[in-house]
Design a protein around this ligand. Structure first.
Ligand SMILES: [Cu+2]
Length: 147
């Protein structure tokens, strides 16, 4: 009984100190044909995103918030699936490199974003992305601000 009480207290303290970790959710994005489904997802900081059916696809971040850590291996296939955990709030744009010509790109929105945040991400995309990577701009246009 004592051990259960101690474990209960540890979980309670963890929930107070690290709410994002305790409440973290897992989201799934499926690669289907030449698309990510869903192509735009909305998550909270601490959540993870599992990319499924990645045998002939990859998912590499090309547009990330300031201070964020890139995910995905450029030029490599992860295999069956892999999990990304975006580590900053904001708009994350990623692409499937082999199929970017088909517009196989996606967006992960982390936390609350305003219309200004969307406009800033679009400006950054226009300034920094080249060639087919500009496909991300079309997806940014479809983001719905959450605040
Ligand atoms: Cu692909």
């Amino acid at each position: 009984m004592k051990l259960i009480n101690i474990l209960g207290k540890i979980m309670l303290v963890s929930a107070v100190l690290f709410p994002n970790l305790v409440n973290a959710a897992d989201h799934a994005v499926n690669a289907q044909a030449r698309e990510f489904k869903a192509a735009i997802i909305y998550i909270q900081l601490g959540d993870s995103v599992k990319f499924n059916n990645m045998t002939s696809h990859n998912a590499v971040s090309y547009l990330i918030p300031e201070g964020g850590t890139q995910f995905g291996n450029k030029g490599k296939f992860p295999g069956g699936s892999f999990t990304a955990q975006p580590n900053k709030e904001g708009i994350w744009g990623y692409v499937c490199e082999p199929h970017i010509g088909f517009g196989m790109v996606g967006i992960i929105v982390v936390g609350d974003i305003s219309a200004d945040d969307v406009a800033a991400a679009k400006k950054k995309a226009i300034e920094t992305l080249k060639g087919p990577f500009k496909r991300l701009i079309g997806k940014i246009n479809k983001i719905k601000p959450t605040i």
